[in-house]
Ligand binder design. Structure first.
Ligand code: AMP
Length: 434
């Protein structure tokens, strides 16, 4: 069943959604004045026990959309049966699978925060790789109500009998398209085989590529489908700057200096590229930290915490930072390398402009990127004006797919019509809505 969002009256407050008072009190403390659209639509369905496929822009409040009803269901069921996790064996009731370690910690922290007024009655544990499994085994003793996990570490813990999945009542796949993609196929199949056949399944993601949609239909039972992507409502401005090959770093350094961004998250495609770019920026007088999978978990956490706290101005990251990370008021995300897939583009840029804040997503592209960027735009139903920055004008501008495919063809209006003059670009290079 697909909900036609235009026909739905969005709940004005959380009480209307049927949430219980300990949750309402906490939401008031957190200054959540009203449910976001995804919360307004997902929470009643989850409370009613339905399976769900929920697609909404990243930063739109998805975590609370599944965490609040999950907490409520577990609390009410614990009350009814006078049951809680303790003394119950190593069982788990609500299992949330996420693709990255940082997201596991972030989601578990959010759930613990939402559960503050249950006074410890609901236990939430996060497990993920890169840190000692022993501490996690200890935390899982006596079972847990909610477990947030990355698949690999969860399988390790299951094989050590630290946790059992046969009493899971609700399974949530956060960043579901990533969890259902090839990279996780074996681990996810192994985990699904350990779950009871009767369970509620909730899938949340900003993007659901076609190949994933087929899989979801096999997995879910008559799911409620909610699709809320709306670029019109976005507070995120997307811009694309063209530059000649070999000039990307110079343009990036220029932009960072010119705008003195306090927090800029720059995406590249490989761990090595993080280090190379950091070195090149350092030669231009810009200090940047790197965030990628070759760093130890301790270093990863320290760097991310420092960046979130605003102690690091420029962070260069691979796509491990693209999913779900909530960095409050992050002003700018930059694609230095274009992401491989169109959906990764949406996840990357979604680190900025979250929860209604203004944000900026810049992509710096040279001639080799033109065709790929056209594909990213087409798949994401975007069309961005190619812009140039004074002092970094490209020799030629190819701005559409057909031109990119025919290198000899002259771009429309010889490229001149689309170019802005230098003053104009200088004047409005920072946040601006087209
Ligand atoms: P998420 O998409 O779950 O990562 O949430 C993005 C950000 O929005 C987080 O910082 C949340 O704390 C915040 N948030 C979620 N729901 C609400 C709400 N109803 N009102 C205000 N802020 C919210």
């Amino acid at each position: 069943m697909t909900i036609d969002t235009s026909q739905i009256k969005t709940a004005a407050n959380f009480t209307e959604l049927g949430l219980i008072s300990p949750l309402l009190a906490r939401l008031t403390e957190l200054k959540y004045q009203q449910p976001t659209p995804i919360q307004a639509q997902a929470i009643p369905s989850v409370l009613a026990g339905r399976d769900l496929i929920a697609g909404a822009n990243t930063g739109s409040g998805k975590t609370a959309a599944f965490a609040l009803p999950l907490l409520q269901k577990i609390q009410l069921s614990n009350n009814k049966t006078l049951n809680s996790k303790s003394g119950e064996g190593n069982f788990v009731t609500g299992l949330i699978l996420v693709p990255t370690r940082e997201l596991a910690k972030q989601v578990a922290d959010s759930i613990k925060s939402y559960a503050a007024h249950f006074n410890g009655a609901i236990k939430t544990v996060a497990v993920f790789g890169g840190v000692s499994a022993n501490t996690q085994m200890l935390a899982l003793r006596g079972g847990t109500d909610i477990l947030v996990a990355t698949p690999g570490r969860l399988l390790d813990l299951i094989s050590s009998n630290a946790i059992k999945l046969d009493r899971v009542k609700t399974l949530v796949l956060d960043e579901a398209d990533r969890m259902l993609s090839l990279g996780f196929t074996d681990e996810l199949s192994a985990l699904l085989a350990l779950l009871p056949s009767s369970k509620q399944i909730l899938l949340f993601s900003a993007t659901f590529p076609e190949q994933v949609q087929a899989l979801t239909q096999e997995l879910l039972n008559d799911p409620v489908e909610i699709q809320l992507q709306s670029s019109d409502a976005s507070t995120l401005v997307q811009r694309v700057f063209t530059v000649n090959k070999g000039q990307k770093t110079a343009l990036l350094a220029h932009l960072i200096k010119q705008h003195q961004w306090q927090q800029a998250l720059i995406f590249v495609n490989a761990k090595n590229s993080c280090n190379h770019l950091a070195e090149k920026l350092s030669k231009r007088g810009i200090n940047a930290e790197v965030f990628h999978g070759d760093k130890g978990q301790g270093a990863r956490s320290r760097v991310l915490d420092a960046f979130k706290a605003g102690d690091i101005d420029v962070l260069i990251a691979t796509d491990i930072a693209a999913r779900g990370l909530d960095i409050e008021k992050l002003p700018v995300v930059i694609n230095f390398d274009l992401p491989r897939s169109p959906s990764d583009y949406m996840h990357r840029i979604g680190r900025s402009g979250r929860a209604g804040e203004v944000g900026l997503a810049l992509s710096i592209i040279d001639h080799e990127d033109f065709h790929h960027f056209n594909v990213i735009e087409k798949k994401n139903k975007l069309r961005l004006e190619r812009e140039q920055v004074a002092g970094f004008e490209t020799v030629d501008v190819i701005s559409d797919v057909s031109a990119a495919e025919k290198p000899m063809a002259k771009p429309e209006g010889s490229g001149k019509k689309k170019r802005k003059n230098k003053e104009q670009v200088n004047a409005d290079i920072w946040l601006r809505r087209d």
